[in-house]
Design a binder for this molecule. Structure first.
Ligand SMILES: Cc1ncc(COP(=O)(O)O)c(C=O)c1O
Length: 419
């Protein structure tokens, strides 16, 4: 076993944060322009599976997986092999679209094997927000008459100016920032009708540059879309010739038990994005959707991070080899079942919901949610909030049954404490 660590269990030995973590956090609070910490500890790099060790030797279980972006947990053997293969040269960042490394093709090849065959080309970039920015650019390039874009109430697509204009989740994330012209429609069965009404009453269809949606709203509260919503939106966008973009940044790459959320609904979007567990941002569409003009789409680091691309390709191969889509469904169902039991037994947590390894529940209000999160942390469980007063569970795809139960025992204990 790597690092001599086997079968870790939660073990909190210090007051949190421990002294070593505290020393770093205090200095960061002064110097980091966006200090924003819910869990006061610092990673040491040690860990195994869904457990990790902080600088003070405390062992935690991770139900947040680096904001749903750590696909295979800590110190996974396959990931370490990729790392070891790349120890003999620098730089590890090459100049994007202009200076090519083989890992660029390796990742695009692996990615295109797991998307529908109509989506036969990808552009790689640094982050989820940038993947979405490029999706908007590609859509609007094809639709130069566009005046507005459409996204959904409660949707979340990133923090760059374009992506932020689509985002409609917490006000602190959007207030005071400049935004592009975007109209929001309901993330419910009414959504398709609202889109049709906009076209009837306010805009010609060719003035609408795109519709962008998540298959499960992530930051907005882990809300899965219904069949009626997704299929209805696909029908209207197809009929009107409006590009449909699926943002698969958080919910894609197998997290919901299928590679992509739209596969739960039997549709294919015109453009999709990916990032997080892929380790690299990607905008994926048919080759004919991408601008033909040289340099219309590019970036210094897009497709230039050798390690990230090699890791992303290995992640796809490992998910297949280890049947982790099935694991996501099975473990997700197990978590859901436990959440329902805790809800019935304690009535302290509400509205258990989710798809695969995107599970969530609500507390009665934000204050209680924040307290719940901190109590879990003190007992060694890392989990993030979502929506208005929700907690989300989004562990690595290779989480085991034992790890699920260890983390759920903490949630149960905390819920019983506030009964
Ligand atoms: C659905 C969705 N889209 C886009 C993003 C933005 O990704 P990034 O933080 O990599 O820019 C996120 C991040 O949480 C997300 O959940």
């Amino acid at each position: 076993m790597e690092n001599g660590l086997t079968h870790m269990k939660i073990n909190i030995q210090t007051k949190l944060p421990g002294p070593q973590s505290k020393a770093i956090l205090e200095r960061l609070e002064q110097k980091n322009g966006a200090y924003n910490i819910d869990h006061a500890y610092v990673h040491s790099g040690e860990g195994k599976g869904s457990h990790f060790v902080d600088l003070d030797g405390n062992i935690f279980i991770d139900f947040a997986a680096q904001i749903a972006s750590n696909p295979l947990g800590y110190n996974d053997a396959a990931m370490l092999r990729v790392l070891q293969k790349h120890t003999n040269y620098t730089p590890i960042k090459y100049g994007g679209q202009d200076f090519i490394v083989p890992q660029h093709l390796e990742l695009i090849d692996e990615l295109l094997k797991i998307v529908p065959k109509e989506l036969n080309a990808a552009f790689l970039i640094n982050s989820g927000a940038e993947a979405n920015e490029n999706a908007l650019k590609i859509a609007c390039h094809k639709r130069p008459t566009a005046k507005i874009g459409i996204s959904f109430y409660n949707g979340w697509h990133g923090r760059t100016t374009g992506a932020l204009s689509l985002t409609n989740s917490r006000s602190v994330q959007v207030k005071h920032f400049l935004r592009l012209p975007v109209r929001h429609i309901s993330y419910s069965e009414e959504g398709p009708e609202e889109l049709e009404a906009l076209i009837r009453r306010e805009f010609d269809a060719d003035e609408i540059g795109f519709v962008i949606m998540e298959g499960v709203q992530g930051e907005g509260g882990y809300i899965p879309a219904s069949n009626l919503l997704v299929q209805g939106i696909r029908k209207v966008t197809k009929k009107e010739g409006i590009p449909l973009i699926f943002d698969e940044v958080q919910a894609g790459m197998g997290r919901t038990g299928k590679w992509w959320t739209y596969q739960h609904h039997g549709i294919t979007p015109d453009i999709q994005t990916s990032a997080k567990m892929l380790q690299v941002g990607a905008t994926i569409a048919n080759k004919k959707w991408f601008p033909k003009e040289k340099s219309a789409i590019s970036s210094t680091w897009g497709g230039g991070q050798v390690l990230d691309m090699a890791m992303g390709a290995a992640v796809i191969r490992e998910i297949k080899k280890r049947k982790l889509l099935k694991n996501a469904t099975r473990m997700g169902n197990g978590i859901h079942q436990r959440l329902r039991e805790i809800h019935i037994e304690t009535n302290a947590i509400h509205h258990p919901r989710g798809l695969g390894l995107m599970q969530a529940f609500d507390l009665e209000n934000v204050k209680l949610r924040n307290q719940f999160q901190q109590k879990c942390f003190q007992k060694g469980l890392i989990a993030l909030g979502c929506g208005v007063s929700g907690m989300r569970i989004s562990p690595s795809l290779n989480i085991t049954k034992e790890e699920v139960h260890e983390g759920m025992d903490v949630i149960e204990e905390v819920a019983k404490g506030i009964k």
